[in-house]
Ligand binder design. Structure first.
Ligand SMILES: Nc1ncnc2c1ncn2[C@@H]1O[C@H](COP(=O)(O)OP(=O)(O)O)[C@@H](O)[C@H]1O
Ligand SMILES: [Mg+2]
Length: 695
């Protein structure tokens, strides 16, 4: 049995060394889910499928845990309690969707970009660096001054006749001015550096946000809000603080190391030899451990993000959580993710701690060694007491600086991975080409819309073709309705018309011009007005929500739009009127009220084309009638595309198109289609039955 264990643990160690990239440490042959006990000792559990299709679980465990011998414990438990220990399934869990490039390590830190950010503040930065260097030089110089004073004091003992004040005056004044200089430069570099740091961080944040806003819809289909917010806040923050620390502490420590080493060499080459032996080993060890820690740091940050995601989702969907009494579940999930995050961070702390403790021990040993050797040299008369004193203080400066560097090292590790993640998205270019800048002048705009041989699949699901060779003409000023059961691609048509996505094949034309040639801002901001099924309002006043369509609209225009949208009456009835706050996503309003404010918003835009994507389907029939009336008023004289599955809303359309699985199966007016007794007729029948049964 011992042999089996040995084989297992060797296997573990070797795998760690050989496959550090894939993070696979420990292959578990048992096909059951491990219990929470085991989970505590492993970082992650993955299922792997080999070529024969056999599934096996992989337990991933960190090198630090391997170091602490926990792996042996796992082996032992595995061998002793093979069955029950591994058989408990994890409870209260669900797959947490993450962004697709989660473990993509290719996002390297973009140094050029960083220099680009620093360039505008180069003078500030240079001044800060110069001040930091000055502090470092002073720190190096001060021990020499101390040595001089110690020598004066030592001489005093030998020669009692000298005037103490006279002797000590000059060196003391010099030392005081050095101290004052050091204080002044310390103030300068901290002040200047915080200016550079804050400005760069703020610019990075702005650029990141702008870059996120620029991305394709496909990007948002796959990204999670929590993760994006994390990049915008935590990552930028981490990067900033690490940047500041590196410049201030790192630069100072480095200069101090170099400077002190030089003075050491001047004071005593013998003693310095001892010091120098230690430095390279620290550097080599540091580089090696650094690469491990950086990876761990990335993992920890990713995990922190995951915890945020769980919380963010639960908080923003509080009604759903309540309705399913899911609070406990959510709390459990959150604490689990938090614990894993804490554990990873603790591992990181363990690694950094081990590294620093080791360095410190090393360096302290070095100081001790110096003391012995220094004492020896002093006893043989090769060094004065002042020299030994200066040497010791210098050696301690080196020791402290190197210790500081090793401490900084943690910050650098964190900053590089945080910065890498920020730059990754700042540098991300949207795949959709939005360079076309065509605009049709308002009075030349007709509003003819045509879908020509359009084939489309969502980028997130390229294999599922939603529309195939889809053709549809919507003449200017007419109302065309698209009906069909859910999931048939109706909203997809809207998304293509708004150019949220580009078609794979074919064209979408407005007034005979391909959508891709238009200026997107004009297209979405001026030409098209979209009112969707679940309009989302911003957490601000009613007035500002309506004004969102046209930021420079006057109050009178806003009110006029609200009147057209049949919203004026109920808004007036609120105590605060148009200044009523609507709550997050408009939660403080009823569905019908929200919908009418959304209509007012679209009306204010005054677009030649109005698109209604099931705009009334979430409403009861009483509010539907009110909203329907509002829509009819708003739609007068415009090209209208109505999407509906409730047929009562489309009876008056000039043309009704029935969509089935992304294809048009019937086309005509209400009367014509009814006579066909096909899909449309079936839809009517179905809805009649539904409304009969609900009566
Ligand atoms: N963002 C998306 N990413 C991938 N697939 C999507 C996306 N949105 C919709 N789909 C899929 O496209 C199909 C058509 O959806 P949709 O146009 O919303 O239907 P409808 O509006 O007719 O109910 C559905 O099968 C749906 O699963
Ligand atoms: Mg839809």
């Amino acid at each position: 049995m011992w042999q089996i264990m040995q084989i297992h643990s060797c296997h573990i160690m070797r795998q760690r060394l050989l496959t550090s990239k894939t993070n696979v440490y420990f292959k578990n042959i048992v096909n059951n889910k491990p219990s929470n006990f085991i989970k505590r000792y492993v970082s992650e559990i993955k299922t792997s499928v080999d070529k024969q299709g056999n599934k096996s679980l992989l337990l991933l465990c960190s090198p630090w845990k391997l170091c602490t011998g926990v792996s042996l414990g796992i082996c032992l438990r595995y061998l002793l309690y093979k069955g029950p220990v591994f058989c408990k399934a994890a409870q209260n869990t669900r797959t947490i969707q993450r962004r697709p490039n989660l473990y993509d390590d290719s996002s390297k830190f973009d140094w050029l970009k960083l220099f680009g950010y620093l360039r505008p503040h180069k003078w500030l930065l240079i001044a800060a660096v110069a001040s930091a260097l000055a502090v470092a030089f002073l720190n190096v110089y001060i021990p020499a001054m101390l040595g001089v004073i110690v020598n004066v004091l030592a001489n005093m003992k030998n020669d009692l006749n000298t005037d103490f004040i006279e002797e000590i005056k000059l060196p003391a004044i010099e030392l005081i001015s050095l101290y004052i200089g050091q204080a002044a430069f310390t103030f300068f570099y901290i002040h200047l550096l915080s200016q550079v740091g804050e400005r760069v961080a703020s610019q990075m944040k702005q650029d990141l946000f702008e870059s996120i806003l620029r991305q394709d819809m496909a990007f948002f289909d796959q990204e999670r809000t929590g993760e994006l917010i994390n990049r915008l806040t935590v990552d930028v923050q981490d990067f900033k603080s690490s940047f500041k620390q590196t410049i201030s502490g790192g630069l100072r420590a480095m200069t101090q190391v170099v400077g002190s080493a030089v003075s050491l060499l001047v004071i005593s080459p013998h003693l310095t030899g001892l010091t120098l032996i230690c430095v390279p080993s620290v550097v080599i060890g540091g580089t090696f451990i650094g690469s491990l820690l950086r990876k761990l740091s990335r993992e920890a940050q990713t995990q922190v993000e995951k915890a945020t995601l769980v919380a963010e989702e639960a908080i923003s969907n509080m009604k759903t959580v309540r309705a399913f009494a899911g609070e406990e579940n959510e709390a459990d999930m959150f604490s689990r993710e938090c614990e894993i995050a804490a554990e990873l961070s603790m591992e990181l702390g363990l690694g950094i701690g081990l590294f620093q403790a080791g360095t410190n021990l090393f360096l302290n040993g070095m100081v001790l060694g110096t003391m012995f050797l220094g004492g020896h040299l002093m006893s043989t008369g090769q060094m004065t007491a002042g020299d030994v004193m200066a040497f010791l203080v210098n050696a301690q400066t080196v020791q402290r600086s190197v210790a500081q560097l090793s401490l900084l090292f943690g910050a650098v590790v964190k900053g590089l991975s945080a910065g890498g993640r920020v730059f990754e998205y700042i540098n991300k270019t949207p795949t959709m080409d939005t360079s076309g800048g065509k605009i049709i002048k308002y009075h030349e705009f007709h509003g003819d819309i045509e879908f020509k041989d359009v084939t489309f699949a969502y980028p997130a699901r390229p294999d599922a073709i939603v529309l195939k060779n889809f053709n549809l003409k919507i003449p200017a000023g007419k109302t065309v309705a698209i009906v069909g059961t859910s999931g048939n691609g109706k909203s997809t048509i809207v998304a293509l018309l708004e150019r949220f996505y580009d078609v794979n094949e074919g064209q979408v034309l407005i007034d005979g011009i391909d959508l891709r040639e238009f200026d997107c801002k004009w297209l979405r901001g001026r030409a098209l007005g979209l009112i969707s099924q679940e309009p989302v309002l911003f957490a601000t006043t009613v007035k500002e929500n309506i004004r969102y369509a046209k930021p420079d609209a006057s109050d009178a225009e806003v009110i006029q739009a609200a009147v057209t949208a049949n919203a004026h009456e109920f808004v007036k009835s609120f105590p605060a009127g148009y200044d009523t706050l609507v709550g997050e996503r408009g939660a403080a309003l009823s569905g019908g009220q929200k919908q009418r404010i959304a209509i007012a918003r679209a009306v204010l835009k005054n677009p030649p084309v109005i698109i209604l994507d099931e705009a009334t389907s979430a409403l009861d029939s009483a509010s539907e009638k009110v909203v329907q009336k509002a829509l009819e008023t708003a739609a007068k004289g415009r090209t209208v595309l109505v999407i509906a599955h409730r047929l009562s809303t489309v009876i008056n359309a000039d043309l009704i198109v029935v969509l089935n699985r992304g294809k048009i199966v019937e086309m005509g007016t209400h009367e014509q289609l009814k006579k066909l007794k096909g899909f449309y007729w079936n839809l009517i029948k179905q809805q009649d039955q539904d409304s009969d049964s609900s009566r």
